[in-house]
Design a protein around this ligand. Structure first.
Ligand SMILES: Nc1ncnc2c1ncn2[C@@H]1O[C@H](COP(=O)(O)OP(=O)(O)OP(=O)(O)O)[C@@H](O)[C@H]1O
Ligand SMILES: O=P(O)(O)OC[C@H]1O[C@H](OP(=O)(O)OP(=O)(O)O)[C@H](O)[C@@H]1O
Length: 231
């Protein structure tokens, strides 16, 4: 059986992902030229590599069309409900760190916690004749965090596909849920993270699609052990 590992073909995780496999004794080479979307691992003839974007990798893992992948935990948890039933997070790889956070305008001086935000959301319709609007591309994580974890039901999600931090200033939303790493984009947009507003500490992970066929496949365990030993 051939085991497919999906690795980032571009973007911020590309170089760190191939470096981990190099250290794990699994050097990756592109098949054909450098722009090829297929690769192989020297000395591992039953392994093939598919180069995809981080978001495509999370989708392929969730659908079980690849066996392993390197992608962000945020993308996996946003993409699929009950994700731990579909995939196993085998290792946290120590790069691609980013937090998914709830951030509100700095000038909301009375709002420091999710409980404060819940009070604002409850009053919002009476004061403004509409629900509190949250700009995000993280629909699922936002709903789980607001509704299930904090019991906040009165809000509306405004889908944002880019420049989410600009939404409060432009008036398209009141607050945001987005990823932050250095915090500079939030600061530049005069937004602050709530004290208990970190939804997820994300980083790049080695993820395995749960498949029955993996149980009798020594290469599957060998890949996990090799990567863990390289950390
Ligand atoms: N500063 C950051 N901004 C956005 N994502 C970050 C940041 N730091 C780490 N990440 C992580 O990087 C991953 C996204 O990587 P990248 O933007 O390269 O992939 P992508 O979404 O597939 O790319 P594209 O949008 O070009 O298709 C996510 O898991 C995210 O958590
Ligand atoms: O906390 P910081 O270090 O400021 O990083 C956070 C910002 O970086 C990302 O955007 P990026 O410009 O990388 O674009 P992307 O979302 O399209 O990847 C992310 O969407 C945030 O806007």
């Amino acid at each position: 059986m051939t085991i497919t590992i999906a690795l980032p073909s571009k973007g911020r995780m590309k170089d760190d992902a191939s470096a981990i496999f190099e250290r794990a004794g699994m050097p990756i080479t592109a098949v054909g030229n450098d722009r090829s979307y297929r690769g192989r691992v020297e000395g591992w003839d039953d392994v093939e590599v598919a180069f995809l974007s981080a978001s495509e990798i999370s989708r392929e893992l969730g659908n079980g069309t690849v066996d392993f992948g390197v992608t962000g935990e945020d993308l996996m948890r946003e993409g699929f409900s009950e994700v731990d039933k579909r995939v196993e997070f085998c290792a946290r790889l120590g790069f691609g760190h980013a937090d998914v956070v709830v951030a509100v305008p700095e000038i909301w001086l009375d709002v420091e916690t999710m409980a404060d935000l819940g009070d604002v959301a409850a009053d919002f319709r009476a004061r403004h004749s509409r629900r509190l609007a949250i700009a995000t591309k993280y629909w699922r994580l936002t709903q789980q965090f607001f509704s299930s974890q904090h019991g906040i039901q009165l809000y509306r999600i405004v889908e944002s596909l880019g420049a989410t931090e600009g939404a409060p200033a432009s008036g398209s939303a009141d607050i945001i849920v987005d990823i932050t790493s250095t915090g500079s984009t939030l600061r530049a947009n005069h937004l602050k993270v709530l004290q208990d507003g970190v939804i997820l500490h994300s980083q790049a992970c080695l993820v395995r699609a749960r498949k029955e066929s993996h149980a009798d496949e020594p290469t599957v365990q060998a890949i996990i052990e090799a990567v863990r030993a390289a950390l």
